[in-house]
Design a protein around this ligand. Structure first.
Ligand SMILES: NC(=O)c1ccc[n+]([C@@H]2O[C@H](COP(=O)([O-])OP(=O)(O)OC[C@H]3O[C@@H](n4cnc5c(N)ncnc54)[C@H](O)[C@@H]3O)[C@@H](O)[C@H]2O)c1
Length: 247
C-alpha cells in the first residue's frame, strides 16, 4: 500500500530532488513538478527514478490554470510540498522592481495559490493530508543582498501559520521547513557568483557544516508523514544553528 500521492514543486532542483527521493523511499507516489517542459522533465525523472512511482508534470507555480489542471489530475493527493523558489541577490541600493516582484510572485503567490488548490482537492479526503513549504532561515535573520528574498520567505513563514489555522478544522496540516545554507541549489549558484560567499557562509554555521539537501528532505518527509499527525503551523529550522548568530 502506498502512502498516497505527493506533489512537489521545484522538484528538479537540488533540494527538490532530495525531497522526492525521500518521499519515494517512504512509499509515496510522487508527482515531480518543475518548469522544464513535459518531455524534458519526464526524461530526467525516468533517468533518476526508473521504477515508476515518480511521474513528471510541467508546472509553473505562477500559472494558475496549469496548477489547477495538474492538481485535479492527481488521484488521492495527500501531500503538497511547495518547494519552488528563486533567489536573486542584489544590494538594496541597486535592487530593481521587476526582480523584487518576481521573487514575491514565485516564492509567495505561486506557492500559496497552489496550496489553496491542493487543499481544495484534499478537503474531502478522510486520510491524513498536509502541506509543507520550504522557507528559509533568512526569513528571520537578515543576510547581505537578500532584502527581497528574505522578505518572501518571512511572508511564506507567516502564510504557513495562517493557512494552518484556517485548515485545521478540516484536518489538513500545514508546516514548513526552514533550511540554513544548503550546500547545493541556489546557495551553490551564489557561491559561484560571489567569491566572498563561501567564507561568509562557512563562518555563519555554529555546527560547522553547511546543510545537505538530504537534511532538509528528511524533515519535509517527516512533516508530511503520519508521525507528524499532531503538528501544524510549525516551522522547523534545519540550519545548523545559523539563526542563533555567532559569538
Ligand atoms: N540552497 C539554499 O541554501 C536554500 C536555503 C534555504 C531555503 N532554500 C529554498 O529551498 C528551495 C529549493 O531551492 P534549491 O536551493 O534547491 O534551489 P534550486 O534552484 O536548485 O531549485 C529551485 C527549483 O525551483 C524551480 N522553479 C523556479 N521557478 C519556478 C516556477 N515559477 N514554478 C515552478 N518551479 C520553479 C526551479 O526550476 C528549480 O528546479 C527554494 O524554495 C529555496 O528558496 C534554499
Amino acid at each position: 500500500m502506498t502512502a498516497g500521492s505527493a506533489l512537489v514543486t521545484g522538484a528538479l532542483g537540488d533540494t527538490g530532488k532530495a525531497i522526492c527521493q525521500q518521499l519515494l523511499t517512504d512509499g509515496w507516489e510522487v508527482v515531480v513538478s518543475d518548469i522544464l517542459p513535459e518531455e524534458e522533465g519526464a526524461g530526467f525523472v525516468q533517468q533518476l527514478w526508473p521504477t515508476g512511482a515518480a511521474t513528471y508534470r510541467h508546472l509553473n507555480v505562477q500559472d494558475a490554470e496549469s496548477c489547477l489542471a495538474v492538481v485535479n489530475s492527481i488521484p488521492d493527493l495527500r501531500a503538497y510540498v511547495g518547494n519552488a523558489g528563486i533567489g536573486r541577490p542584489q544590494p538594496f541600493a541597486s535592487m530593481d522592481d521587476e526582480t523584487l516582484r518576481r521573487q514575491f510572485d514565485v516564492n509567495v503567490s505561486g506557492n500559496v495559490c497552489l496550496a489553496r488548490v491542493a487543499a481544495e482537492s484534499m478537503r474531502s479526503s478522510s486520510a491524513d493530508c498536509s502541506i509543507a513549504f520550504t522557507v528559509s532561515w533568512v526569513g528571520d535573520r537578515p543576510w547581505p543582498e537578500l532584502v527581497a528574498y528574505a522578505a518572501t520567505k518571512a511572508a511564506l513563514h507567516m502564510a504557513t501559520r495562517s493557512i494552518a489555522l484556517e485548515l485545521a478544522s478540516i484536518g489538513i496540516r500545514v508546516n514548513a521547513v526552514a533550511p540554513g545554507i544548503v550546500n547545493a541549489g541556489m546557495a551553490r549558484t551564489e557561491a559561484e557568483r560571489n567569491p566572498g560567499h563561501k567564507q561568509r557562509a562557512g563562518a555563519a554555521v555554529p555546527l560547522g557544516r553547511l546543510q545537505d539537501p538530504q537534511d532538509v528532505a528528511e524533515v519535509v518527509a517527516f512533516l508530511v508523514s503520519k508521525r507528524a499527525r499532531n503538528i501544524t503551523g510549525s516551522v522547523i529550522l534545519v540550519d545548523g544553528g545559523c539563526s542563533l548568530g555567532s559569538f
